[in-house]
Design a protein around this ligand. Structure first.
Ligand code: ADP
Ligand code: MG
Length: 731
């Protein structure tokens, strides 16, 4: 019997040695090789053009047309020196992936002379066809074409695909009337809002601060599997996850993968994609095995958020591409395998000043301690006040499988701060009536700074279960999904922070105006915020059932599914928040909401179809084939005069197989009916809920249960889908 599965396993036995990967002796030798960094720009641009680029990169200054032409020329000269003939505006539409439209430098002059040119206009703006990207009705509403516009704050880079090399210009993607159609535009706006609000608050402590940058260090989890095996699983190919598959005899219970050696083939793959990443300026620093078999993680040194987001998007693209060279498939889905840990993308987040201070780094003096406490408590308040929106910012069909699944943070947004800081906040709170007069020194002298080792200790164990944890000098937002574009949660987080800081300043100023001393006013507002938001603080086990009950008692939300979580994007509260901070207009928010719901519907729809197809054309036929073998066997035994007691097992199996087949058949038909009904619904939210509850909720688990039972019964040589034990353990 030969099928995709057996062929893939056979091929695996002949898998050649790991693809040789040449690594430089030093990473610095290739780092930024394919990036138009400022120092490269210095070499290729005249003084004025360089200054114009610098001012734009650092201070957001506009680049005029003449300078645009100069910069474009320099960029082309650099790119051509590296063998590049094409350029593209690289952007991140709302599909979550990156998009490109390639054009060549080649053109014909008016008289037909062929030349290579790259004008400022082509660098600054392009017009890809917006109609093929999700726009949530914005295009229809505004009759808008889509434009990409250069984002000079993220440097241009050269993408190498096989032999081809393309100059990529990072851009935003907006409609003709200015509505954002991508993830970068709102992020840039949120970073501006945060900068302004945080600088204003920093002025209380340090007049020299003139810019605050939000920093992001993501940690990317992923699975790597053999391409042959993956390709023999239509569900993996089409949905990124297995919709069927029984847990293997050996799973992750031995916990031997986490500290284990990285398999050679995977190791070669990692070095390969790391080298590609270094050339692109992605500062990867750590790589290691994760908890589940075949699961791994990589993380860079943190960067300014916009660049960090671009780098993560690029990395995901590089990872997917490089995997092919190694005959491997990388799975970025949040939950590729049931019963085995899923993948996340922890977002480590902080803010730093142009004077070199990390605003979430505990200070050494009472003054810097007060600044730390200010930003620390404002973050807690921001997350508390907008927990629903923060939950919405990480909602996706894939992440629904992971959140709250006993391995990932629950869908309840809470914050872990560790024992030491819990004590600090309690001491501030204890000052009855907010009277800090005699004792404020005592609070500010707390050795928060020295307690860092203690904070770290706290963090190694229990905070694993927290969706939002303070880890010594940054917060770690751990509920982000592995395939997500970090821009979405980061836009939200930076906006709610900007909003909270602005309110904080108003509140403090009001007290100062009443004659209160600055430090006392700040402490009083900090105390007020602690009291108002402390219910979001939780130090216990976030995976436990007790926490679900306690959280409900505290009035914290626990929204488990995407269609409902997304509601938080379109409440009046959210609309006015984003409006005030100039991030999204109401139509933009409505459009995004629509797009996210549609994406959810499509994902579940595809999964349902794949499930139906596989059940009808792969699983049931395998089971029937096996049943026929049994029946033939029984007939033979009967003919040989063996009494029924001689084949009771066979009969029993035949009966059981029939039962499973019948249930699968019946439920699959019913699921198709439910899908048809859902498809008739015109309201997108209602339709998404129908897909979530009536299609997925009512049928996925039950169909899978019976199919997985069959996997355990049917003759292994007949079973067509590669099994978990093969996908996860064969190298
Ligand atoms: P740990 O390994 O204990 O979690 P690390 O310091 O190694 O702590 O950081 C983990 C991640 O957090 C890395 O991706 C790192 O770049 C990022 N990170 C560290 N400091 C900051 C910061 N100030 N802002 C944003 N991310 C940070
Ligand atoms: Mg981490």
């Amino acid at each position: 019997m030969s099928n995709l599965r057996t062929n893939a396993i056979k091929n695996l036995a002949h898998t050649p040695e790991p693809v040789p990967v040449e690594s430089p002796a030093k990473i610095t030798a290739i780092f930024n090789e394919n990036v138009f960094t400022l120092s490269t720009a210095r070499k290729y641009l005249c003084d004025d053009a360089y200054k114009s680029l610098l001012a734009s990169t650092r201070g957001g200054k506009k680049i005029d047309r003449a300078m645009g032409n100069q910069i474009a020329n320099g960029l082309r000269a650099w790119a051509e020196s590296k063998g590049v003939s094409h350029f593209t505006h690289w952007f991140q539409p709302l599909t979550g992936l990156s998009a490109e439209k390639h054009d060549s430098f080649f053109t014909l002059k008016g008289d037909g002379t062929p030349i290579e040119e790259f004008e400022g206009a082509a660098l600054i703006q392009q017009e890809p066809d917006a109609s093929s990207f999700p726009n949530g009705g914005l295009r229809a509403t505004f009759e808008a074409r889509g434009y990409t516009a250069w984002d000079p704050s993220s440097p241009a880079f050269i993408m190498e695909i096989g032999e081809g090399k393309t100059l990529c210009i990072p851009t935003i993607f907006v409609s003709y009337t200015g509505e954002s159609l991508d993830t970068k535009t709102p992020l840039l706006k949120a970073l501006v809002a945060l900068d302004k609000a945080a600088v204003d608050v920093c002025q209380y402590f340090d007049k020299n601060v003139s810019k605050v940058t939000a920093t992001l260090g993501w940690e990317q989890e992923y699975f790597v599997v053999d391409a042959g095996l993956a390709n023999a699983r239509p569900d993996l190919v089409l949905t990124g996850r297995t919709v069927f598959g029984h847990a293997p005899a050996k799973g992750q219970q031995l916990e031997d993968h986490y500290f284990g050696a990285i398999p050679e083939r995977v190791y070669a793959y990692m070095r390969d994609f790391e080298n590609e990443s270094y050339k692109l300026g992605i500062p990867l620093r750590t790589r290691h095995n994760e908890v589940a078999p075949s699961q791994f993680e990589c993380a860079p040194i943190f960067e300014e958020s916009n660049l960090a987001v671009d780098h993560n998007t690029l990395l995901m693209d590089v990872m997917l591409r490089v995997a092919k060279r190694h005959n491997l498939v990388v799975l970025l889905h949040e939950k590729p395998f049931a019963g085995i840990n899923g993948s996340g993308k922890h977002n480590n987040w902080s803010m730093s000043t142009d004077t070199g201070i990390n605003l979430l780094g505990p200070g050494k003096t009472p003054k810097t301690n007060l600044m730390f406490l200010t930003f620390f408590v404002n973050t807690i308040k921001a997350v508390h006040d907008y927990a629903g929106l923060i939950r919405a910012s990480i909602a996706s069909a894939g992440n629904d499988h992971r959140l709250g699944a006993n391995e990932a943070p629950p869908a309840i947004i809470s914050i872990f701060i560790g024992k030491y800081l819990t004590d600090v906040l309690e001491q501030v709170e204890k000052r009855v009536g907010g009277n800090f007069d005699e004792q404020d020194e005592a609070i500010l002298k707390l050795d928060i700074h020295k307690s860092i080792p203690e904070l770290m200790l706290d963090n190694t164990d229990r905070n694993r279960t927290s969706p939002f944890a303070f880890t010594g000098n940054k917060f770690e937002f751990r509920a982000v999904g592995s395939s997500a574009n970090c821009a979405v949660p980061m836009t939200t987080l930076n906006t709610v922070m900007a909003e909270t800081l602005r309110t904080f300043k108003t509140d403090v100023d009001a007290l100062i105006e009443k004659g209160e001393k600055k430090e006392i006013a700040i402490l009083q507002i900090i105390r007020k915020y602690i009291i108002e938001s402390k219910k979001v603080l939780f130090e216990g086990d976030g995976y436990s059932e007790d926490w679900e009950k306690e959280a409900a008692g505290r009035g914290l939300e626990n929204v488990k599914t995407t269609p409902e979580a997304l509601d938080a994007f379109v409440t009046d509260k959210t609309k006015s928040l984003f409006d005030r901070n100039n991030i999204y207009t109401h139509p933009e928010l409505e459009a995004r909401h629509e797009i996210m719901l549609e994406e959810y519907i499509k994902k579940v729809q595809i999964e349902a179809r794949v499930m139906g197809d596989l059940a009808s054309t792969v699983i049931i036929p395998s089971a029937i084939r096996y049943q026929n073998i049994l029946l033939e066997n029984i007939t033979g035994l009967k003919a040989a005069g063996i009494p029924q007691t001689g084949y009771t097992s066979q009969l029993e199996i035949v009966k059981l197989v029939s039962e499973h087949i019948n249930i699968i058949g019946e439920k699959t038909t019913a699921m198709i009916e439910a899908r048809k009904k859902a498809n008739e619904i015109t309201d997108t939210r209602t339709k998404a809920i129908a897909y979530c509850e009536d299609v997925k909720g009512n049928y996925f688990d039950i169909i899978r249960y019976h199919a997985d039972k069959l996997e355990l019964m049917v003759d292994d040589s007949i079973w067509m889908l590669p099994k978990y034990r093969e996908i996860l353990f064969l190298r």
